[in-house]
Design a protein around this ligand. Sequence first.
Ligand code: SF4
Length: 741
Amino acid sequence: MARDPKYDVLFEPIQIGPKTLKNRFYQVPHCIGAGSEKPGFQAYHRAIKCEGGWGAVCTEYCSIHPESDDTSRVSARIWDDGDVRNLAAMCDRVHHYGALTGIELWYGGPHAPCMESRATPRGPSQIPSDFEINIHPRYMDRDDIRTVHKMYVDAAVRARDAGFDIIYVYGAHAYLPFQFLSPYYNKRTDEYGGSFENRARFWREALEQVREAVGDDCAIASRFAVDHLFGPASIEVGEDGVRFVEYVDHLVDLWDLTVGDIAEWGQNAGPSRFFEENHEKPYTGQIKAGNHTDKPVVGVGRITNPDTMVAIINSGQFDIIGGARPSISDPFLPKKIEEGRLDDIRECIGCNQCISRWEIGGPPMVCTQNATAGEEYRRGWHPEKFSTARNADKGVLVVGAGPAGMECAMVLGKRGMSAVHLVEADKEIGGCINWISQLGHSDGKENLFRGSARGLGEWARVRNYRQIQLEKLKNVEVHTGSRLSASDILEYGAEIVIIATGCRFATDGLNPATHDRIEGADGTLDWQLTPDEVVRGGKQIGQRVLVLENEGYHMGASIAQKLAGEGKDVHLVTQSGDVASYMEYTLEAPMLHRDLHRLGVDIHTYTMLEKIEPGACHAYNVWDPGHKDVLEVDTVVLCTQRLGNDALYHELRADRDRLRSEGIEDVFIIGDAAAPRMIVDSVFDGHRLAREIDSPDPAMPLPFIRERRLWGTASNDDYDGELRAAPDTLPLEALGEEVPA
Ligand code: SF4
């Protein structure tokens, strides 16, 4: 299909300094866990988006010097020629698709803990980080300022040599240039502190020197948080925000605008639970609306809807549509708009699982909607291309249409299996998504500061995208309202059977804290509920409710929010030091805590239950079990742990002779049915099996490429040509190490 003319504006070229952006789709810098250490991952992940139509893609934040080292998180680095070589692989691959590459030069100041380099970060004043724990910067005198400016320039030159088209002097998220600009960090009394011009001087000089060094060859960009969201204590958009844009506008070719800082960067990478699409508009929208810049402006806000994109351009809010998560969820988003295939767009659900893995520090990025994200290089997965399976003549029965089953059936269909039947016991497909997407609400009121508990409605996109795709696949049949027994499956006629029957909550209090049941816990009683029962209804919920939350992700907190929002008196009990601790990684925690606090939820940390009886829960402190308390409640919600629905799988596998006689070649189990997990991992599990259904042993994942140093191979030649070994280790030759002449 042809593109709808109303979207033509999105495909207009934009001039950015000396470079031409071929359309208005721009992947802003975002972390993936590749950095400069995994050049294959970096190159293939970024370039797949360019194949999908993105006009520009950027690296994640890229350290300019060992003094800006974010270990244990993974940043890119452009410290030396080795980094140039690795990042050049990304540039080459991106340029192959006619797209531009950007690099975000980063010096973190006290927000860089330098755990690998052991360096001491410098900062405008000796104010410790409000993000990292106990990291104080060294006060920068004028020589230090010159030194750090030179780091920017040297890094910019290396970036140009690597092939980057757009070079950022990155000051958003409260990193060093912003620290100079903001009186929240900058307490100086010299010409780099005090007045606006003084506070802006460091950033202005950095821009001047980088422009002088590479400005003829590359476009110069700056990422700027127009409002720190701290009020008069820091940068406010209506004050120094617009003032700074006007002050250095002549030095940049592109503005990349955000809000907030790194300590609470969920205000920028807003989870859908609290923020709607284009949520930054009240702040970032002021820059062009007030004619404060002559330069192109790119901004973000989980913008996935093409109509929203057009409205943003036509209203003059931004010139360029920025995307981080939308580009992860659907690298082919621009191409699908261009080809009039809007119903094929795999919209981001705003769960921030992608961010969580970077926040944890090591693993590659993942995506709930796009199981191929991060797998482009190491597993060779393409988000839109599927090879025909070598055993495509086989019929497949997928039992259970939750996230894993839907994904598996969809990919099997795209791989051309002759017949795929997806059979679901419920009336609708979707599995847990159908009730989880109804959570996350409280009473709809604003939080104390920012965002409101608008709920997990966008998570239903996990179901909606797959439902549309399944309907399009002629070789896939979906049957609902049909609960299959083992004999039904044996007689079904499929040669491959995949069990994706999901999981259930424990009803007896079995939990990860004690690995035991809880006396009196009994989900069959009408005053004890599992989380899904709270949503589905059917049991009366009293005024006084205790939610026992042992999982550590969102479920217990979501239930507490919902019930407190409905006016119940809620106790939220956890064995941990914090409720829903994983939500720190998804950036949802600050808003969640504000909402729980505002709603008056009574949180009991380091607490477990030893006994539940009508009207009362007997609790104890996990560090001091003798310290007990009795909480008088009417209703108990048991969010303790889940159990895989694997009985069908084991029953089938127990009788291999019967399987053979019925012509069933193999039986597999995927997703929560195998082991309860996060939705992102269930989707991956279903996808992985379908991708490898024709491998020698589909139950065992194929090995993936590991980008690592292989001992005994020469890979230090880009550093200083000198391989070093500690004096008491074996000579390099003995280890098979190639010793340079
Ligand atoms: Fe969007 Fe979630 Fe995928 Fe991140 S993991 S890109 S938030 S769907």
